[in-house]
Ligand binder design. Structure first.
Ligand SMILES: Cc1cc2nc3c(=O)[nH]c(=O)nc-3n(C[C@H](O)[C@H](O)[C@H](O)COP(=O)(O)OP(=O)(O)OC[C@H]3O[C@@H](n4cnc5c(N)ncnc54)[C@H](O)[C@@H]3O)c2cc1C
Ligand code: FES
Length: 256
């Protein structure tokens, strides 16, 4: 089995983006150097299991990387309180990551905490000089994070950006960015990824999604993070491991 390294990382900074969401910079030159967009890390807390987070950005010069953490329970509630100088154990980088080299241009769609891994994809595409468009979908203005003026912003409530889901944002895009040489990358709540997958199918575009199953080991051993993908067998599907075979999957192969 491939050996994954565990590192003791010190917290370099923590910024609260929202009342319940922190942007945390961790010192780890190895992860900063080797991580690919779409990969994740497992971060320790006082609970039994580490918690998985998409890598949100890397700074190769300073040897650090960032994660965005939304507090939804005991582990994340503890991790968002980490402060400069604190140390955590980090396993990673884990998972397959996005293919950001094979297509001429990309549409990056995100919502919720999906904005964090998608931020790293945007950073990569920007530095490699590729064309890309970003569509972000949030519930309302109070949830908006990591937004830039060039991004297409949608909110369910309509209190900022276009009123509607990310699909309303995709519908505003120019036809020339929606061709078959373009690929959609989507990370967000399952209903968003499912709807974006259907939109991609209607536009004859490839779409990749990053699944966020509940995880334990994070390295393919415990089989607790199963995703069903289509297969040419009597059942019509096979079970694959989100942590090891994903978390990024071709959306047309996922059984939603
Ligand atoms: C590959 C991957 C990447 C992720 N990236 C990020 C990220 O960038 N930022 C971020 O804030 N979160 C991310 N998550 C989700 C994060 O790992 C969970 O929120 C965290 O593990 C919850 O831990 P907890 O102890 O706070 O919650 P718990 O106390 O364990 O659970 C609280 C509640 O949340 C539910 N829950 C826990 N984990 C998940 C999950 N994975 N999906 C849906 N519901 C869940 C539980 O069922 C429970 O209802 C990611 C998850 C995966 C698998
Ligand atoms: S979390 Fe253990 S196999 Fe995926």
């Amino acid at each position: 089995m491939e050996y994954k390294k565990e590192y003791k990382c010190s917290v370099l900074s923590r910024e609260m983006l929202l009342g319940d969401t922190a942007y945390i910079e961790l010192n780890c030159p190895d992860i900063a150097r080797t991580a690919r967009p779409g990969q994740f890390v497992n971060v320790s807390c006082s609970k039994f299991l580490k918690r998985p987070f998409g890598i949100a950005s890397v700074d190769r010069d300073s040897g650090s990387f960032f994660i965005g953490v939304k507090s939804i329970g005991s582990g994340t509630g503890e991790i968002i309180t980490l402060d400069r100088g604190d140390e955590v154990d980090v396993l990673g980088p884990l998972g397959n990551g996005f293919d950001l080299d094979s297509f001429g241009s990309y549409i990056l769609v995100s919502g919720g905490t999906g904005v964090f891994p998608v931020n790293f994809a945007a950073q990569y595409l920007e530095s490699s000089g590729k064309n890309f468009t970003v569509v972000q979908g949030f519930r309302d203005a109070s949830q908006v994070v990591l937004n830039r003026p060039s991004y297409v912003l949608t909110t369910d409530s309509g209190d900022c950006g276009i009123k509607g889901t990310a699909i309303a944002g995709l519908d505003t895009l120019d036809k020339c960015v929606c061709g078959s040489s373009s690929c959609i990358i989507c990370v967000g709540p399952v209903p968003m990824m499912k709807a974006v997958s259907g939109w991609a199918l209607n536009h004859s575009m490839k779409c990749y999604v990053s699944m966020e199953q509940r995880m334990a080991c994070g390295v393919g051993i415990c089989l607790c993070c199963i995703v069903k993908v289509k297969a040419d067998n009597k059942d019509g599907f096979v079970n694959v491991r989100c942590c090891k075979d994903g978390p990024v999957f071709d959306s047309s192969e996922v059984i939603w």
